[in-house]
Design a protein around this ligand. Structure first.
Ligand SMILES: [Zn+2]
Length: 496
């Protein structure tokens, strides 16, 4: 940013000195989009509208070759731009002319187009590449997961770097076409709908095509390859459901997984009655091989689940959690990673509501249990959900205290206003991005109440909030029936 300002200033001075009307010279786009936690994630200077990702992947060697075409618009007069990417790039075209490119840091690809692009101008960027994703380390690890029979590109916040070049930040969403050629007999699964069935391509390879019709964040775009059984159905409103189960699942895991994930349409239909209309064109879930993915992720339209969620039997709580993210995280996305409690607090609270609906413990009973069961010096209390820091980005304060906060809000404003706040939130920010401050302002607007003290105590203060009034009993309540499933789910979710 400093270099950009200096360059612009120097140009302005030169032009002023010669009496020429001042006009900003084309400048490099910033290497980061401005995230306070991850300053070099995403990039400045352009806005992506569509990714066309066309790959070939061979599980035996973990070798990926591909061409990604990015459609974007310059948001400034642009002399240079960054993409976030770690595979080996062989060529970059910008608007049909070869561009020069170089690596910078551990995940930046710096691209200099042959011609500058004026603000508002269209960019068509074509990147050709190859590599073995599991051999690439960035941000201190390898997010790409190689499995015995394929791979899973599933991760948060980092994953895109290992398989396609992008403007990798939730605040630049786009539509996607993902098309992958894999050896015959191997399945390749991604988000959205299948615009065409798998087709035999070159000898021994079959191409799978997937399409996301609604704006999608880069980290929510996934690719899972391996030996999968795929089930297909349609929801009551006619949208397709695709579920995929690894053939490596032992039968008892497989049955428990299927008894949970096959209920996705039912659970999302119920969530629609609570959160507002389902925002996307398809639904489903993917259950990965044992010992591979260690968590679940709310990939848009189709979460991926670790098989471990189903090791003790069926678990609909994780299905309710990941699919609540379709509204909170996927449709309404964080503006900044600091806002992560807006995703995880709501997804956790969805589990409480699911428990309430199933007579396995009310949200109030779960609140009482969670509130009294953490020691006073636990991270849930010493971390402010509205600013957890990178180390606690997926910690208890973000998940459980986020849900505790929402329950306190519900008590303060009453059920009618609470659920109106929730549905207005998902409607007003549909397919967009939002912040904690926008949420608290909306809650005050709809309820007509001053909620500063509540949010200050629950979201912004790194200590255990006192409960309002002296009415609440302080004896330790017993665990609600749903608690074993909810806490087992959270242990896994917090591990990654
Ligand atoms: Zn979550």
């Amino acid at each position: 940013m400093r270099r950009l300002l200096v360059a612009t200033l120097a140009t302005a001075l030169t032009l002023a000195g010669t009496g020429v009307a001042a006009q900003a010279a084309p400048a490099p786009g910033a290497p980061g989009i401005g995230d306070s936690y991850y300053p070099d994630y995403g990039n400045g200077g352009y806005d992506v509208s569509h990714y066309d990702i066309r790959l070939r992947y061979t599980p035996a060697t973990d070798r990926l070759t591909g061409t990604t075409t990015i459609l974007a618009t310059a948001t400034q007069d642009l002399s240079r731009l960054n993409l976030d990417f770690v595979l080996d790039t062989s060529s970059v075209l910008v608007n049909n002319r070869p561009a020069t490119f170089t690596r910078q840091g551990d995940h930046e690809l710096v691209v200099t187009p042959a011609r500058t692009v004026a603000k508002g101008g269209a960019l068509t960027i074509v990147v050709q590449y190859s590599g073995v994703p599991s051999s690439k380390v960035a941000a201190g690890y390898t997010a790409w997961i190689r499995t015995p029979d394929g791979a899973a590109a599933v991760g948060e916040p980092e994953i895109a770097w290992w398989w396609y070049p992008s403007n990798d930040h939730p605040s630049d969403k786009a539509t996607f076409d993902v098309s992958v050629s894999v050896p015959d007999g191997v399945e390749a699964i991604s988000n959205g709908v299948q615009p065409r069935p798998p087709v035999r391509e070159t000898l021994g390879y079959t191409r799978w095509s997937w399409r996301s019709l609604k704006p999608q964040a880069t980290y929510l775009t996934f690719l899972t390859v391996g030996q999968y059984d795929i089930t297909q159905d349609t929801t009551s409103d006619g949208s397709p459901v695709y579920n995929a189960y690894s053939q490596l699942l032992p039968q008892d895991f497989r049955d428990a997984a299927q008894a949970s994930v096959e209920r996705t349409a039912e659970i999302t239909d119920w969530e629609s009655t609570v959160f507002g209309p389902f925002p996307f064109e398809a639904r489903g879930g993917v259950v990965t091989p044992p010992g591979t993915l260690g968590f679940a992720l709310e990939n848009q339209t189709r979460p991926n689940y670790s098989s471990a969620f189903f090791r003790r039997g069926s678990n609909t709580y994780v299905v309710a959690h990941e699919n609540a993210h379709q509204w909170f995280g996927d449709s309404v996305s964080v503006r900044n990673w600091q806002n992560i409690w807006l995703n995880e607090g709501f997804a956790s609270y969805a589990e409480w509501l699911w428990s309430e609906k199933n007579d396995e413990g009310t949200a109030q009973e779960i609140f009482d249990y969670v509130y009294s069961s953490y020691p006073d010096d636990a991270a849930i209390w010493t971390t402010a959900p509205a600013d957890p820091g990178v180390d606690e980005l997926f910690g208890d304060a973000v998940y459980d205290r986020g849900a505790l906060t929402l329950h306190q809000l519900r008590l303060a404003v009453g059920d009618d206003d609470f659920f109106e706040i929730v549905r207005t939130w998902t409607a007003e920010h549909k397919y967009g991005n939002a912040t904690t401050e926008e949420f608290t302002a909306l809650a005050e607007k709809i309820s007509g109440k001053d909620l500063d003290a509540l949010f200050q105590a629950w979201l912004y203060t790194p200590s255990k909030p006192a409960l309002p009034g002296a009415a609440r009993a302080l004896r330790a309540p017993s665990a609600p029936k749903s608690w074993a499933a909810i806490s087992a789910t959270h242990q896994l979710l917090n591990e990654h």
